[in-house]
Design a protein around this ligand. Structure first.
Ligand SMILES: [Fe+2]
Ligand SMILES: [Fe+2]
Length: 287
């Protein structure tokens, strides 16, 4: 049963050092089959921040699938932002912007959704995107991989919003991408960006696309940049069509288990099995 550790939004330059140290020790104990890092390795894409992120990743378990986030594109260095946006990422982290991992049980592809510029009617930089060329790469990578191999795509920007929160930060081109991912038999999406832990099926969010794909979000794992919840990461256990997502959050001085969500694929649809009824022991009469 493959175990994936999923961390995100490290934001070197705004890192909580004791939490980073504790996470490193914990991940070395967990010894996952794969470590996924879903973007925002740095706070501002500066050389020193990249060097610190690279040092840190070098001390974590391998193999690793790493993708960049919007914070990994320099913000204030305009020349670098527009002409060499991920130059430092390629130099310090990995030159591969479509990393791919495959073993007997899982196939995992990383997609770069960070862009140099995105403009909204509100007038600020926002969100990311998946391009048509990247979707061709998805098809190429997953073609010929048997149905029994669990297929995963990693992005920085999410496909679904957190429960009961406003919709923002969703990756551009999501409907077209999901149509391709469905055809490729992708089972699960891993992302970050919103600094919030949650998971669910994409199906209720894209009613016109008839697909059921699990979407799992990691929180802000070691950064001081938090949004109404503590630092967190996920441990994901995959057993064919049975997936357990365990969120581990920082509490005072260590990571503790804060939620366990189990998903089962019934037919083509991911479902959360109903909790088993508790069996109460009834004292026998006169006993
Ligand atoms: Fe972030
Ligand atoms: Fe981000």
């Amino acid at each position: 049963m493959p175990i994936i550790a999923h961390i995100s939004d490290l934001h070197f330059g705004s890192v909580n050092a004791p939490i980073a140290e504790a996470l490193g020790a914990e991940l070395r104990d967990v010894a996952p089959d794969l470590l996924v890092v879903s973007g925002d390795l740095t706070q501002r894409g500066r050389r020193r921040q990249y060097a610190a992120a690279a040092d840190y990743l070098a001390g974590l378990p391998r193999p690793q699938i790493v993708v960049p986030g919007n914070h990994d594109v320099p913000l204030f260095d305009v020349v670098r932002r527009f002409y060499f946006p991920l130059d430092r990422y390629r130099r310090h982290i990995t030159a591969d912007l479509s990393p791919f991992y495959r073993d007997d049980a899982i196939a995992v592809l990383g997609i770069n959704t960070a862009r140099s510029w995105m403009w909204s009617w509100k007038g600020f930089w926002r969100d990311g995107r998946i391009s048509a060329e990247q979707l061709l790469e998805v098809e190429r990578c997953f073609s010929g991989i048997p149905a029994g191999v669990f297929k995963i795509v990693v992005t920085h920007h999410p496909f679904i919003p957190p429960p009961r929160r406003r919709v923002h930060g969703i990756v551009g081109g999501a409907p077209a991408a999901l149509d391709v991912l469905r055809r490729c038999g992708v089972d699960m999406l891993l992302a970050g960006h919103l600094h919030t832990s949650y998971s669910g099926d994409v199906r209720p969010h894209y009613e016109t696309i008839n697909c059921s794909i699990l979407s799992v979000q990691a929180g802000s794992t070691i950064s001081t940049r938090l949004r109404r919840e503590p630092n967190a990461y996920n441990v994901i256990a995959i057993n064919g069509g049975d997936v357990t997502v365990t969120a581990r959050s920082w509490a005072a001085n260590r990571f503790v288990e804060t939620s366990v969500t189990r998903y089962q694929k019934v037919g083509d649809i991911w479902q959360t099995p109903a909790p088993k009824p508790r069996v109460c022991s009834v004292p026998s009469p006169g006993g």
